[in-house]
Ligand binder design. Structure first.
Ligand SMILES: NC(=O)c1ccc[n+]([C@@H]2O[C@H](COP(=O)([O-])OP(=O)(O)OC[C@H]3O[C@@H](n4cnc5c(N)ncnc54)[C@H](O)[C@@H]3O)[C@@H](O)[C@H]2O)c1
Length: 372
């Protein structure tokens, strides 16, 4: 006997609010939270907790709000941390009326997003990204995950938040290195989907690096708009969403090979260089555009060549864990121009010969850091 089951997916709507000073709007925040749950858990890493989460807890004091703090750094994005957080909630008998608030960088929004997706089979999540990377990328689109020994983000889910609150004022305390990680993902958005935005980023590098408020707000808005538009067309990454993986096949492998000693955005920047070098080798992208990409990354202080001590072999070995692999072979997003990638019949990625991957990696590894 067969039973045909069709379950209409619910339409999920949520708002991304971008506003300097948003985190001082006690009334607005309280109103939204009370519409989502009756018990609240705010989770942040130690740095963000000290800088912002403790203050937020005090501000929202009339609410039943528990603050849980985890160690900062990618090392916390594990099944073990998730289990610890789950135990904290279970021991206090938090139920389905819980609303979880993730405050922090992409490590926190990924980990806590996954916790919210599975706790009591799913409870509402409010995401408050505080790093640039989390604002423009990690907190948008619903991807949540933890890392395992074998690779990054191998265990996770796609589940959308109930709200994203984005206050660019918190970027003032973000270290320069972390800002750079965000700029890498912003450049990626321009490269795969919006030439005009890429040009804007080229032209506004100085203002953005100086955190000029209006320009930064505009840039964050455009990145969120681009990412959101792609996710709306392909939430589960069966086609167009793969564009956002540009630079990530190599980037994730570099992160793994470096044992996360390199920032995510920095690794993605290197990945974008290697993957655009592949596109040049395959005849899809002009050398001129490749050089332009390299110059833009340089403007934002992103690395132009592989850091010393990362073995090529370990990068190639780490690539075997990429989630886009089919039968163990890696697939790549290949640019054809600034703002455009090869559609590949709607799959937006294709297999590239191992020899080309190796050549492109070798080429970037042997570059001199200084570019005129
Ligand atoms: N889900 C997605 O779609 C997606 C997309 C891109 C990246 N990611 C993930 O995001 C993670 C990287 O994110 P990240 O770079 O934000 O790392 P992170 O969360 O580790 O934050 C970086 C550092 O900045 C600190 N920090 C954050 N906000 C701060 C602030 N306002 N002031 C001072 N310090 C602050 C943190 O404490 C941390 O030490 C990776 O795990 C990556 O896989 C996910």
């Amino acid at each position: 006997m067969n039973l045909n089951c069709t379950i209409t997916p619910p339409i999920i709507r949520y708002q991304i609010t971008i506003r300097p000073g948003l985190l001082s709007d006690k009334v607005g925040m309280t109103d939204q939270l009370t519409s989502l749950g009756s018990r609240f858990v705010l989770i942040a890493d130690q740095t963000v907790s000290d800088k912002y989460a403790k203050a937020l807890q005090e501000q929202l004091a009339p609410l039943d709000l528990l603050l849980l703090t985890i160690p900062a750094g990618e090392q916390s994005k594990t099944r073990q941390t998730k289990e610890w957080l789950e135990d904290q909630l279970l021991e206090r008998r938090y139920g389905r009326d819980t609303c979880i608030i993730a405050m922090g960088g992409g490590m926190t929004t990924d980990l806590v997003g996954f916790l919210a997706a599975t706790y009591c089979r799913g409870v509402p999540l409010v995401s408050i990204p505080t790093s640039l990377l989390a604002m423009v990328d990690a907190s948008i689109g619903g991807k949540t995950a933890v890392n395992v020994r074998q690779g990054k983000n191998q265990i996770g889910s796609i589940s959308q938040p109930s709200a994203v609150w984005l206050d660019p004022l918190v970027l003032k305390s973000l270290p320069a290195k972390e800002l750079r990680n965000g700029f890498a993902e912003m450049l990626k958005h321009g490269l795969v989907a919006d030439r005009d935005y890429f040009v804007f980023l080229e032209q506004q590098a100085r203002s953005l690096l100086a955190l000029q408020e209006d320009v930064m707000e505009q840039a964050i808005y455009h990145s969120c708009r681009i990412k959101n538009a792609i996710v709306q067309q392909d939430e589960c990454e069966n086609g167009k969403r793969r564009l956002l993986n540009f630079g990530h096949t190599i980037g994730h492998a570099i992160e793994l090979a470096a044992q996360y000693a390199i920032g995510h955005g920095e690794a993605v920047a290197l990945g974008m260089l290697v993957e655009s070098a592949m596109a040049v080798k395959l005849g899809y992208l002009s050398m001129e555009n490749h050089t332009r990409i390299r110059s833009a990354l340089k403007q934002y202080g992103l690395p132009e060549t592989l850091p010393r001590g990362i073995e090529m072999e370990s990068i190639l070995a780490a690539m075997q864990w990429d989630k886009k692999n089919r039968k163990g072979r890696s697939r790549f997003v290949l640019l054809t121009a600034i703002g455009q990638a090869l559609p590949c019949d709607g799959s937006y990625c294709m297999y590239v010969d191992h020899a080309i991957v190796q050549e492109a990696l070798q080429e970037i590894a042997s570059l001199e850091p200084a570019l005129q």
